[in-house]
Design a protein around this ligand. Structure first.
Ligand SMILES: C[S@@+](CC[C@H](N)C(=O)[O-])C[C@H]1O[C@@H](n2cnc3c(N)ncnc32)[C@H](O)[C@@H]1O
Length: 275
């Protein structure tokens, strides 16, 4: 997979749009940014920083820990973790334009000493036994090679380390139309069932698995996200222009359709590498 293939997904078009939002808040040019102001625009997953705070609680993250975020987007979760906990983040992102935007935002937030941005594919390897925790939000869905992915995450962890992931799971059998939408709109080729998660993570060596069904809360979230975006259409058009607004509208709508049909679900999973 390359950074170019994944651009079928409209969430990843013109990610510099975050700078339009900052300008609208009166934060100009290369002025410093308050990380708390940014969180409304830099979290590319569901339930915003609440979902990131949940990782802090579940993994017991503290300032002295080294944490790897797999698929860090424009850096939202990693900056929030570094700011909130003081932990040292390695934020690994596949797409060079998202990575470059993330680096800029982190510098302007004054967090470059706590967040290292790395541009690359997690499947190409990560430093072994380096991290106390691995975290990831809505990234595994882009990676059908789950065996390799779980092996890389397992290797990255120190013995006794923990992993926290939020992603998609299959609640039912997808229709051909849903499969097509997942592939085109979400760049997602394979969605495992809960049982498959359990089997595949155990086979990779993880233990103490906890798998939580988030489908209800995520369905409500994506519905509100789409209706809120549509209600602000005039404001968004003036700020971002039609290409960005229509692309995001299509994307948010496609996600609502997938969740409300009932076959796509959300999973929060916690797992450990044996000590
Ligand atoms: C939905 S975004 C979530 C970003 C971030 N976790 C957040 O919640 O704001 C998923 C990200 O994973 C990245 N990604 C996908 N496959 C990857 C891979 N194989 N290695 C590293 N990053 C990857 C994508 O480029 C995208 O930025």
């Amino acid at each position: 997979m390359s950074g170019a293939d994944i651009k079928t997904m409209k969430l990843y078009h013109q990610v510099e749009r975050v700078f339009n939002e900052l300008r609208a808040l009166g934060v100009a040019g290369d002025a410093p940014i308050d990380v708390q102001q940014l969180v409304a625009f830099d979290q590319y997953h569901y339930l915003g920083t609440e979902a990131v705070d949940e990782a802090v609680r579940r993994l017991g993250l503290t300032p002295e820990l080294n944490v790897l975020e797999v698929g860090s987007g424009i850096g939202g979760p990693s900056r929030h973790l570094a700011h909130r906990c003081g932990c040292r983040m390695a934020a690994l992102e596949l797409q060079p334009d998202l990575h470059a935007t993330a680096v800029q935002l982190t510098e302007r937030c004054g967090l470059s000493d706590r967040v290292d941005h790395l541009c690359g594919n997690v499947l190409d390897g990560v430093s072994p036994d380096e991290y106390d925790a691995v975290v990831s939000w809505l990234t595994f869905l882009h990676i059908p090679q789950r065996r390799e992915l779980y092996a890389r995450c397992f290797e990255a962890l120190k013995p006794g380390g923990g992993m926290y992931v939020e992603d998609y799971f299959a609640r039912g059998e997808f229709t051909p139309g849903e499969q097509e939408s997942l592939a085109r709109d979400v760049f997602c080729e394979r969605v495992p069932s809960m049982d498959e998660y359990r089997e595949e993570l155990s086979a990779a060596g993880f233990e103490a698995l906890e798998l939580i069904d988030m489908s209800e809360a995520w369905t409500a979230f994506v519905q509100e996200r789409w209706s809120g975006f549509r209600a602000q259409r005039a404001r968004n058009l003036a700020l971002h222009g039609a290409e960005i607004v229509d692309g995001l509208d299509d994307f948010y709508g496609a996600i609502v359709k997938l969740f409300t049909a009932g076959n796509l679900g959300g999973i929060r999973l916690i797992a450990s590498k044996p000590g």
